[in-house]
Design a protein around this ligand. Structure first.
Ligand SMILES: [Fe+2]
Length: 465
């Protein structure tokens, strides 16, 4: 007997209990709840021939980017394929094919399959999320938005989990410079469901990118930030809070927040490595002594060398190895990135490998004090805002800041001035950036410009001056 999910999509299962567990799992996953996998395990326990439930377990494993997820995901894939695929729906068969493509490292193929699934079934929430997030990590900016835009008109508030779709659309619009519309959808999503952490996260990104740090901190105050039964999105939201504080120039408070929240429990999970390393780098870039905190993420970073999935994680591994002086490991890591470039199968993969290699080499040179070379390497790949590395504008800003501070340290003041001028266009009320700009202007001999920049910085409330 066949059933449907809560959005009316057919599911091939003989068990109503299994389908109930499936629905609970998809809803829990949409809210980043760690219980999502348990619900789905219960679904396959109730109906061992529930093909789509096996497939989703594989999706969950791959999405988690755990250490060596392919082995575990492959088991779920084989369980899904062991079901009689001739009796399942076309959507379910296509989902299994997408999982196989993903497990085999063919992410672009998986994306094409997910797009076809959504063309036929726009209410397939999980597939939309997978498409949205893969585009995000692959640096496909328009894809982050269009994974929702193409199907948005088919959704309305009567459909379960509408808030999740609004939240994703908010995020995608913001990454594509439509922040007013993004904010409208993000706020609407949170009005519908305060537990939708992706929508919360999306609004945080809008406020960050507009340089509205105080608004961001006020916005986060409305939530009980313990966020129990949640996965690492919780730590990432804490990281965003630390980022707001850092942007305000309240460095001691940012460091304390880092210790109390962001770095409370660092694991080899990729987001932990990204959050921690990027915050330490930012703090050091403004002269904060972070003590031996880099060593606390060293083990986690080393594990990510063996199990590499995201270029954006690679960048943070390189930061950690460089800042902890693990020269041999870093040299070996960079050789691996060079091999990646030589093995790139298409133009996109080559651009990813080229950018990843250049940025990691720049990190190495920066930490060795060779700021000129670091700057040269960063400028060679900045034309697309380091987009091939994936992640968000807010995250990649650490690389832009790295280029700016490298330029200052290399006494390439004209370049530094243009880098910080660009940042001020996006965040005109950022005291730290005005001070960097003033230093660059002074180095260029533009004393009046430097004076005006310092005066501007002095008008901005903060603890820097
Ligand atoms: Fe984020």
């Amino acid at each position: 007997m066949n059933h449907t999910d809560v959005r009316g999509l057919a599911l091939t299962s003989t068990s109503a209990k299994a389908v109930d567990a499936f629905n609970l799992s998809i809803a829990a996953n949409a809210e980043y709840r760690v219980s999502a996998a348990d619900h789905m395990e219960r679904a396959v326990a109730e109906d061992p021939n529930f093909c789509m439930a096996h497939c989703v377990l594989g999706y969950y494993m791959m999405s988690a980017e755990a250490l060596a997820p392919e082995g575990m995901a492959r088991t779920h894939l084989e369980n899904a394929e062991a079901c009689d695929l001739s009796r399942v729906t076309e959507r379910e068969r296509a989902s299994v094919a997408a999982l196989r493509a993903w497990v085999e490292g063919r992410q672009d193929d998986a994306i094409l399959i997910w797009e076809k699934i959504l063309d036929q079934s726009p209410l397939d929430l999980l597939t939309m999320q997978l498409l949205h997030y893969r585009n995000f990590w692959l640096g496909k900016e328009e894809g982050i938005r269009d994974s929702v835009a193409r199907y948005f008109s088919q959704w309305d508030s009567s459909i379960p989990n509408y808030s999740n779709v609004l939240g994703m659309y908010c995020f995608g619009l913001n990454e594509n410079d439509s922040s007013d519309r993004a904010l409208e959808y993000g706020r609407k999503a949170i009005d519908l469901n305060k537990d939708d952490l992706w929508a919360v996260h999306a609004v945080v990104h809008v406020l960050n990118d507009r340089g509205e740090q105080n608004a961001g901190l006020s916005f986060l105050e409305q939530f009980d930030k313990s966020w129990s039964d949640r996965n690492a999105i919780r730590e990432h939201l804490w990281w965003h809070e630390a980022l707001f504080i850092w942007e305000l120039g309240e460095y001691a408070r940012a460091l304390q927040f880092f210790d109390d929240y962001v770095a409370r429990n660092i694991t080899p999970f990729y987001l932990d490595v990204q959050n921690s390393a990027s915050m330490l780098w930012r703090l050091e870039s403004v002269g904060v002594d972070v003590g031996d905190r880099w060593t606390t993420i060293s083990d986690a970073a080393l594990k990510r060398i063996e199990y590499r999935y995201l270029p954006w994680t690679d960048v943070h591994v390189a930061m950690t190895l460089a800042r902890t002086g693990q020269r041999n490991d870093l040299d070996g890591f960079i050789r691996t990135l060079e091999e990646d470039r030589s093995k790139a199968r298409n133009a996109r993969m080559h651009a990813v490998a080229e950018t990843n290699l250049a940025v990691c080499k720049a990190i190495n040179h920066y930490c060795c004090g060779d700021y000129s070379t670091a700057l040269e390497e960063l400028l060679a790949v900045r034309s697309d805002n380091f987009r091939p590395l994936g992640a968000s504008n807010a995250q990649r800003d650490v690389i832009g800041m790295m280029a700016g501070t490298a330029a200052l340290k290399a006494k390439e003041f004209a370049t530094a001035r243009s880098i910080f001028a660009q940042r001020l266009e996006a965040k005109p009320s950022n005291q730290m950036t005005w001070l960097f700009y003033a230093e660059a202007a002074e180095g260029c001999g533009d004393h009046d410009g430097a004076k005006r920049a310092r005066a501007k910085a002095a008008t901005i409330v903060g603890s820097l001056i």
